[in-house]
Write a protein that binds this ligand. Structure first.
Ligand code: ARG
Length: 576
């Protein structure tokens, strides 16, 4: 659906384009949401145009704003030059249209068709088999799932792809362990981990077992049928735990891939690289991609014994995905410690002349640290997702119980033990997701459980709580019809502007693959709602017109909060 806000953005771009043409300046005309709303609803940065025309950006902005002012359509109330930007302000009329749109479109409000006909593959979560999901994989899972929703909201077809890591000593040891001790009592992340620790110790002291591990590795490489059956057995043991985790997070995938399936197809790619002079065989026997001349470190793509590596399998994986999905974008979400790996892999594919090389993108995120005693990651202890989410739910439960009587009074219904538990779960998971998404990917996260789950402050729980407040008002309003009409108090004005902004937020966040933009926006919307709610009585407003108008704002706010939280994969309980 194209919404009025998006059309307005195009209108502003057209105005800028016409003006630049008149001034004979060939420069980009991209209009964007300004970072601070004092700068208007849309802004055009004059810096590039100024550079190209040899003008001072501050002067150029003044000139453009001056010429555009009389040209503005009814969607704008004004445009102003500030510090090299031309800022556009939405008119009251446009804002009213946007509110009406929200009320009408409901769950579709904020979606767009900019990505229609395009396909994205997103590689997220992608843990290693037999190890518990570590916090890095949790971040990848949450971030990737949010990106999927964000792109889908823009009309993209998205393939959520989970690339599980089996190739490597860890899994080889697990298989040897399976042979030795059997599979009794081997379900769950903890049991598998214990199993690994046990066999690992034994392998250390036994030449014979080391030989076995090596032969399993080789068999995995060549796609040996016997080992493949053993791998299947291991998958049966490890997948339920993984699925349970995804269930807890409420995320899913369209495709599950195993890296062991990409060893065989990786070899011809390595050969091709050698043939094309992109890679060479080192005296020591390894095959190395020559990347130094392209400003990157060289990369080993085949071991001297002829076995593949993480790098070579990623070449084959990209090739397979291209052939399978013909993607417009393929986005990998991993820790930033893999930034270089992906630059190297992408470069090799470019040198191989792959047409899709420039469609590959990597999002490398920063570290997560858990400062509190129980979950401290400092000693390298493993944090299980299940435990983390339970602790978050426990914190949330405290907050809910504190407000229990108040909630019961407000809704006139008793809060059952069961509902408290369910609500605590939803708040705990939601708050955890929000805390992971709020921070720009490249930044590190300090995950403080208590703060993250608080109903006040910059948290997901605060956003959920605001939505629940909207639900409460709407419930009380009963059948009163929301109609957005009449003169606005300043707080109504502010809130309605933010609501009209939402589709552009989604567009911008999807365009820059940045869910944190949605988080920032939602927090600001909550603050706007809060000031509105304090200053403007809704059901007890001075006139029936004001009641209907404010009700429309509350309804629209509930729609936007629900949609926005939905993009982040966060559900909201009916009461909190
Ligand atoms: N399994 C890898 C890890 O845990 C992440 C895989 C990411 N995806 C990829 N195509 N390399 O570090």
């Amino acid at each position: 659906m194209t919404c009025v806000a998006e059309k307005t953005l195009s209108a502003a771009e057209a105005l800028v384009a016409a003006e630049l043409k008149r001034l004979k300046i060939a420069a980009g005309t991209k209009v964007e949401r300004p970072r601070h709303r004092e700068q208007g609803d849309l802004a055009f940065a004059c810096f590039e145009a100024a550079k190209k025309s040899g003008k001072n950006p501050v002067e150029l902005a003044k000139q453009i704003a001056g010429s555009l002012k009389p040209e503005l359509g009814k969607e704008f109330s004004s445009c102003e030059a500030v510090n090299g930007f031309v800022n556009f302000f939405f008119s009251q009329e446009l804002i009213a249209q946007a509110i009406a749109e929200a009320l009408k479109q409901e769950s579709a409000y904020g979606t767009g068709s900019g990505g229609k006909g395009k396909t994205a593959v997103i590689d997220y979560s992608s843990p290693n088999v037999g190890k518990p999901l570590h916090v890095g994989h949790i971040r990848s899972t949450i971030l990737g799932a949010a990106l999927k929703k964000l792109l889908e909201a823009r009309g993209w077809k998205v393939v959520g792809s989970n690339y599980l890591g089996e190739a490597g000593t860890q899994v080889a040891m697990l298989l040897v362990g399976l042979r030795k001790y059997g599979a009794q009592n081997l379900s769950g992340e903890k049991a598998l981990l214990d199993h690994y620790v046990r066999i690992n110790k034994e392998v250390e002291g036994s030449e014979e077992l080391q030989k076995q591990v090596r032969s399993v590795l080789e068999a995995m490489e060549s796609g040996d049928k016997g080992v493949a059956a053993e791998l299947t057995r291991l998958r049966e043991l490890s997948m339920p735990a993984l699925k349970k985790n995804y269930g807890l997070l409420g995320v899913s995938f369209d495709e599950i891939l195993f890296d062991t399936d990409f060893s065989v197809p990786a070899k011809p790619l390595v050969e091709e690289a050698v043939k094309k002079g992109i890679a060479f065989k080192e005296k020591t026997g390894e095959t190395v991609a020559k990347l130094e001349e392209h400003g990157l470190p060289n990369l080993v793509i085949l071991r001297s014994n002829g076995t593949t590596l993480y790098s070579s399998r990623d070449l084959a994986l990209a090739e397979w995905r291209w052939k399978t999905h013909e993607f417009d974008e393929c986005i990998y979400v991993t820790g930033s410690d893999q930034n270089m790996h992906f630059r190297q892999v992408f470069k090799i594919l470019e040198l191989l002349g792959r047409p899709y090389a420039d469609r590959l993108k990597h999002i490398g995120f920063g570290l997560i640290s858990l400062p509190e005693g129980k979950f401290s990651t400092r000693e390298g202890r493993i944090v299980l997702l299940e435990d983390l989410l339970s602790a978050a739910a426990e914190e949330a439960k405290n907050e809910i119980l504190e407000r229990k009587t108040q909630t019961e009074e407000r809704t006139g219904e008793e809060y059952s033990e069961k509902e408290v538990e369910e609500t605590a779960r939803a708040v705990g998971v939601g708050a955890t997701k929000f805390a992971f998404l709020r921070v720009g990917a490249e930044k590190n996260i300090l995950f403080d459980l208590k703060r993250v789950v608080s109903f006040e402050g910059d948290t997901g729980a605060y956003a959920q709580y605001t939505l629940v407040r909207c639900f409460n008002i709407l419930r009380k309003a009963g059948k009163t019809k929301p109609v957005f009409k009449g003169a606005l108090a300043p707080e109504e004005q502010r809130l309605s502007r933010s609501l009209a902004d939402y589709p552009l937020v989604v567009q911008g966040a999807a365009g820059s693959l940045a869910p944190h933009v949605v988080c920032d926006y939602l927090l600001r919307l909550c603050a706007d709602f809060s000031s509105f709610y304090e200053a403007c009585p809704v059901l007890k407003a001075e006139s029936s017109e004001a009641v209907a108008r404010r009700l429309a704002l509350v309804k629209a706010a509930s729609i936007v909060l629900e949609n926005g939280l939905g993009l982040l994969g966060i559900n909201t309980p009916k009461r909190m």
